[in-house]
Design a binder for this molecule. Structure first.
Ligand code: ADP
Length: 484
């Protein structure tokens, strides 16, 4: 049994100071350029999953609140934003990006507090990448006619955007930046467990001088999301979240004129061929599944190892896992932070039981876990059957299902055999093998000798139950335009 850490954090010099990050006790809704109280009169608590402490209370928007936000967005679109020149739009977006950069430390700390993700990741990946989405899309705002030559393009109007809790700020940026660049107005709802950085972004948007109503941020639960989806004056729904909710949204908008992009779940394969650079591949496996506690839609949650290198890979993988530190997200030495919520931890623990009941061999790194907060040890399951729920279902946690294979055809067949098709990774020394596999894997993104690499210029999206439409790059902009 691993030891438990003592209660309370050790404030070592490695710890990111939270002293000058100010959180309000209560957050209202950001509608029409103002902070307004919810008509629902309801607030919910957002907690720090690393300590279970309440961080703030946040407004729970109801149908009336969403209606107010959509009306504000429509009016801003008709009266102001549709008459704002593309180069002016670009200036606002650049300004938002620069203001975010100026306050990047604050964003990083708040993200780690609210989401449980490690500060190294918030600071070095999420926040800079979120800024880059604004910079990248700002650059396109006044060049769209060159991007889509011989087409007549126009914004859609009002975009409803619903985002998940795994990359709260990054998802907000990923949704807002292309919608603004293409001339749309926005009603965005962050996830209920991680609303704080989207609300901080609302402050930045306000400071940027963006005309009131162009971006509205409404907080709440699934009912708030449903109110956005069902509002008759919303032209487009951009959703990132679970496949279950994606299906509900798809049904809700069927038969309406609303457009949609749905970025849903995944069960992505990481494939290690026998000629792969093994140390590099093991780093890629670890990053692929344990990055962000495995709360990644494209996490490399299935590992396929070619038989000849199986023992070596498992040995190296266990060794590397044993060096991972699980704990306080604000400590710069921590590798794996807190699971985002108690609910998600229960789901993950449920899968650990399923794996054991199915007879798969479980290995967990023997690290210490803090006493309070929601934590899970990095976990491997070996000898997992293709039909296992560990292979077929998204767990969204630090749990890796491992299978072996002999031939390329066999691994392609197994890798493609789940309901999902978001991403895959291939590790090999031979370019011809990379080409062969990448063309046959049914996944929206295939990485070769790397994993979890993102860039605002690359399109991202899935096959099958992983959703449809692409976000990022020009494809992402196209999703917010009418074209003739
Ligand atoms: P996750 O597994 O990431 O929690 P969800 O799909 O449950 O994924 O949540 C993603 C986002 O969708 C959240 O902002 C959540 O509040 C919202 N949501 C949940 N249910 C609905 C619904 N029925 N309609 C619209 N949005 C919803």
């Amino acid at each position: 049994m691993a030891k438990k850490q003592t209660k309370g954090w050790d404030y070592s010099p490695a710890l990111e100071s939270t002293s000058h990050v100010e959180l309000k006790k209560r957050y209202d809704l950001y509608i029409n350029g103002e902070w307004v109280k919810p008509a629902s009169k309801k607030y919910f608590k957002t907690i720090n999953p690393a300590t279970e402490e309440v961080l703030a209370e946040v407004a729970h928007a109801n149908d009336e609140d969403v209606d107010r936000a959509v009306k504000a967005a429509r009016k801003a679109y008709t009266d102001v934003w549709s008459k704002t020149s593309p180069s002016e739009r670009a200036k606002y977006i650049y300004r938002i990006a620069r203001l975010m950069q100026e306050r990047s430390r604050e964003f990083a700390v708040i993200e780690s507090l609210d989401a449980g993700k490690v500060i190294r990741e918030s600071r070095d990946i999420d926040v800079p990448l979120a800024c880059n989405h604004f910079f990248y899309n700002a650059g396109w705002a006044d060049k769209l006619e060159y991007a889509f030559p011989n087409r007549t393009i126009a914004p859609l109007g009002v975009a409803g955007q619903i985002i998940p809790w795994n990359f709260p700020l990054l998802m907000a940026a990923w949704k807002i930046a292309p919608a603004l660049a293409t001339g749309n107005c926005i009603v965005l709802k962050p996830a209920e467990t991680t609303p704080l950085t989207a609300l901080k972004l609302a402050e930045i948007i306000h400071d940027s001088g963006l005309p009131p109503g162009v971006v509205n941020i409404v907080t709440g639960y699934g009912d708030t999301g449903a109110a956005i989806v069902n509002h008759e004056d919303v032209d487009k729904i951009a959703f990132t979240g679970s496949t279950g909710v994606g299906k509900i949204i798809q049904n809700a908008i069927a038969g309406t004129s609303k457009k949609a992009t749905l970025e849903l779940g995944g069960k992505s394969a990481n494939i290690i061929m026998d000629d792969a650079p093994l140390d590099q591949a093991v780093e890629g496996i670890v990053n692929g599944i344990f990055f962000n506690q495995g709360h990644v839609c494209c996490a490399g949650s299935r590992l396929f190892i070619q038989e000849g290198v199986y023992d070596k890979v498992i040995e190296k993988l266990k060794h590397r896992m044993n060096s991972l530190i699980v704990g306080n997200p604000l400590d710069k030495n921590t590798d794996i932070g807190a699971i985002n919520s108690k609910e998600q931890l229960d789901i993950i623990n449920g899968y650990l039981k399923i794996g054991q009941a199915e007879g798969a061999e479980m290995y967990q790194s023997p690290c210490d876990l803090p006493e309070t907060g929601f934590y899970c040890r990095p976990t491997l399951f070996m000898n997992v059957a293709q039909s296992s729920r560990l292979v077929q279902e998204e767990i969204f946690g630090p749990v890796l299902a491992i299978q072996t294979f002999r031939t390329v055809d066999e691994v392609i067949q197994k890798a493609n055999n789940t309901p999902f098709g978001l991403a895959a990774g291939v590790w090999t020394d031979k370019g011809s093998r990379i080409f062969n596999l990448t063309t046959k894997l049914r996944a929206g993104v295939v990485w070769a000798n790397t994993f979890n690499k993102f860039d605002p210029a690359s399109p991202f999206g899935g096959y099958k139950e992983s959703g449809f439409g692409r976000e990022g790059g020009l494809h992402g902009l196209e999703g917010y335009l009418k074209m003739n």
